[in-house]
Design a protein around this ligand. Sequence first.
Ligand code: K1U
Ligand code: ZN
Length: 171
Amino acid sequence: MAILNILRYPDPRLHRVAKPVLLVDQRIRDLADDMLETMYEAEGVGLAASQVDVHERVVVIDTSDDHDQPYVLINPELIASSAEFTEAEEGCLSVPQIYDKVPRHSRVTVRAQGRDGVWFELEADGLLAVCIQHEMDHLMGKVFVEYLSPLKRERIKTKMLKKTRDEQPRR
Ligand code: K1U
Ligand code: ZN
């Protein structure tokens, strides 16, 4: 297993649209395992393959307190969503230390293939529902800051560029 590099906003690679996984093989299982390890190490509750510069439809999520309920969603599709919306505070491992509210469906049903390639359905509410929608946006090349005002987005972009620059080792 390996810890993968997480792309940081505004890296243009975060806006690539992920392609469907044609075969759930050992390469994809290894990717999912590495993504779970990377997500736990970064103290996140979700991670999309797009964030680790792999542009295929793979997502991992674990919103449990004990980090013992991992979901691997390959080729996820939303098959139902509530008319009711919620506005939860979101974060993103690609936009560290930035949190803001985004409107999301309160409940969703997602259909996806698991680590074994078998299709399953998952009904979700609360943080799990929010996280599924956030990760599926990543697969479409969308980062949560794009729901915010242009002014907020510009401020976040400037802050992230400065943070990345300040973290570069000096010559
Ligand atoms: O996709 C990602 O970057 C992971 C992201 C998932 C997410 C969390 C919360 C709402 C929507 C999506 C994170 O894990 S951010 C860090 C985090 O653990 C967290 C942040 C806010 C609320 C709960 C958890
Ligand atoms: Zn994110």
